[in-house]
Design a protein around this ligand. Sequence first.
Ligand code: F6P
Length: 342
Amino acid sequence: MKIGILTSGGDCPGLNAVIRGVVLKGSTSYDLEFVGIRDGWRGVVEGDFMPLTRHEVKGLSKVGGTILGTSRTNPYEGERGGAENIAKTLYGHKIDGIIAIGGEGTLAAADRLSKDGIKVLGVPKTIDNDLRATDYSFGFDTAVNIATDAMDRLRTTGDSHQRCMVAEVMGRHVGWIALHAGIAAGAHVICIPEVPMSIDEIAAQVASAHDRGRAPLVVVSEGFTLEGMDEAYSDKGLDAFNRPRLGGIGDQLAPMIEKITGVETRATILGHIQRGGSPSAFDRVLATRLGLHAADAIVDGAWGQMVAMKGTDIVRVPFEEALGELNTVPRYRYDEAAALFG
Ligand code: F6P
C-alpha cells in the first residue's frame, strides 16, 4: 500500500517527529510505502510529491518545522481542487490514502474529503492546544517552555529597573499557553480570552505586586480583548492617535498599565519564536507516538478517523471530535492560577 503524508496549516515543533514515526513503523513493521506531499493540500491538488523513505526521516525527531513544507491551501478550491480531481491525481500516482497532519482547518478538509470517498487519516496539530479531540497536542509543550524561558528573562529586566513587564504569547482563541507559561514563570496577572478583565482589574494586580516590592509580570494571550478598549484609552487620558495600532494587545495594555499605576511598563510580543526550533522532549515523544499509532491505524483500515491523546494513551477518534467547539480553559483552571496572584 502506498500512503501520502502531508502537513498543513501553521508549522509546529513535532511535525517531523510524526512523519518519522509513521515512516519507520510503516515501512519496517508493515511494508508500507510512503510518499511526501509538498506544502499541504496544495501538493495533493497539484500532484507535487517527494520521496519519503527511512533515509529521508533519519534524525528528524529533533528537527523543528516540517520537511514537507506547509500551506493553508483549501483542497476544494481552484480548478484542480475538489474530491473528484484529487481522487484522479492520487490514482494516477498509485497513492492509496493520505495522512493529514494539521489543525482544525486541515482536519475539517480531511473530514469532508473522507466523506467524499478519499481515504484520509488525521493527526491533530496545534501549539494552542485548542482541539477538543486530544488532551494535549504536540507543539504546545514546546511553546510553553519557550514562553516560560522568555518570561524568566524579562523578569531580569523588570527586577533591575523596577518595571512591569508584559509578555504577549500566542493563542488566538484560547489561553492555554498564557495559563501554563504564566503559572510556570510566576506571573502576577494572566489575561486570557476566556476570562473577561477590565484594565482597572489588571492595573490593580500590577499595583499590588509593585507595592509588595515585586517587578510585576503580566502574560497576555494574543486573543485577549479588553471590554471597551477605546473607552478605556480615552478614560485614562491617552491619545487615541498615539495608541499603538500595529502592535498586539500587549502593546496596547502597556501604556494603560503605566498610566494608571505609574509603574514604568514595557511589552514584548513573543510571536513565532514560540513555534520555532526544536521540539521539547515531551513533544518529540507525543508526536512520535502519534506517528507510530497512525501507521497501525492505516493497516487496520481506520480511515476517516484521527489518532489523539486521551490521558496517557493514544486512541482513535472521528474527525468530528476535532471540529466545532474549541478546547477552552475551564474557569476552575484559571482560578487555580489566580490563587497565586497574591
Ligand atoms: O494556531 C497556531 C498559531 O500559532 C496561533 O497561535 C497564531 O495566532 C497563528 O497560528 C499565527 O498564524 P500565522 O503563522 O499564519 O501568522
